[in-house]
Design a protein around this ligand. Structure first.
Ligand SMILES: *[C@@H]1O[C@H](CO)[C@@H](O)[C@H](O)[C@H]1NC(C)=O
Ligand SMILES: *[C@@H]1O[C@H](CO)[C@@H](O)[C@H](O)[C@H]1NC(C)=O
Ligand SMILES: *[C@@H]1O[C@H](CO)[C@@H](O)[C@H](O)[C@H]1NC(C)=O
Length: 239
């Protein structure tokens, strides 16, 4: 009896561990049918990036307190943080980030980085990826920031024969951000056909002492989309 229970627990744990990579995208694909989305457009919008944007004071540490991604239907992440640096020699902006899956009992820290360049220094709030991960357009915009406490950035990618991939990160210098500021920033998103009911808060409590992971996740799920989702879907369909 005890042995059976033990086995079940071990099995559940194994499923949980392996499921994080394999099942989440699959679950998301399935849930598309359960909740109709009206925010999956084909084209990236014309974006008004912040005017008179100053790069340097935007750099440094941020907590990601809310996020939206056109591929995400459920709040999945916790403890998401990012660190921006600008290197003047190659003129690149790098964002280091880390997060955990909120449901991960091990609270394993996943991390990665993304690098952008500024195509036109007259509009420094518009960045493009240096990595060649999408065949098409892939833009990042700082929509608004006061540098010292809050910021809002948005990414959009267009891919052939797919809806656009669009995501937004609401940044805060502190683990929490006032409700009124959050609402003020969120109001900037529906004009880009972002459905705010798919914007989720990111829990930032008890995020110290996360389990260090050996796994590197250089391409963020949130920022770059579920790169593996399609292949995973194929594998699942085959079985
Ligand atoms: C970014 O992360 C890498 C690897 O974790 C680390 O070596 C580097 O110092 C970090 N850079 C910044 C600016 O945080
Ligand atoms: C945030 O995470 C902590 C630690 O896991 C948990 O105790 C708390 O209930 C969570 N809060 C919310 C609002 O989910
Ligand atoms: C970014 O991630 C790659 C791959 O994980 C790593 O090799 C590189 O050192 C990282 N760069 C920075 C600046 O953290």
């Amino acid at each position: 009896m005890i042995r059976t229970e033990y086995r079940l627990v071990v099995m559940a744990l194994l499923i949980a561990i392996f499921c994080f990579d394999l099942c989440y995208p699959w679950m998301n694909f399935n849930s598309y049918t359960s909740r109709k989305r009206t925010d999956l457009k084909k084209r990236c919008p014309n974006v008004r990036a912040q005017r008179n944007f100053d790069l340097e004071p935007m750099m440094g540490n941020w907590y990601v307190v809310q996020y939206y991604a056109s591929t995400e239907e459920l709040p999945e992440y916790a403890c998401m943080r990012s660190h921006f640096t600008f290197t003047s020699d190659d003129q690149h902006i790098t964002m280091n980030f880390s997060y955990i899956y909120a449901e991960d009992p091990l609270r394993e820290k996943l991390q990665g980085n993304i690098t952008w360049e500024i195509p036109d220094f007259n509009t420094p709030a518009h960045w493009i990826h240096t990595e060649d991960i999408y065949e098409g357009i892939y833009n990042t915009y700082v929509l608004d920031t006061d540098y010292k406490s809050w910021g809002l950035i948005m990414h959009c990618a267009e891919k052939k024969k797919h809806p656009r991939y669009l995501s937004a990160l609401l940044l805060s210098r502190e683990p929490t951000l006032g409700e009124n500021v959050i609402n003020f920033l969120k109001e900037k998103l529906p004009r880009y056909d972002i459905d705010l009911s798919f914007m989720f808060a990111i829990n930032q409590t008890t995020c110290d002492n996360l389990m260090e992971s050996s796994k590197d996740d250089p391409l963020a799920y949130i920022v770059n989309g579920r790169k593996n989702a399609k292949t995973m879907f194929k594998i699942i369909l085959k079985n």
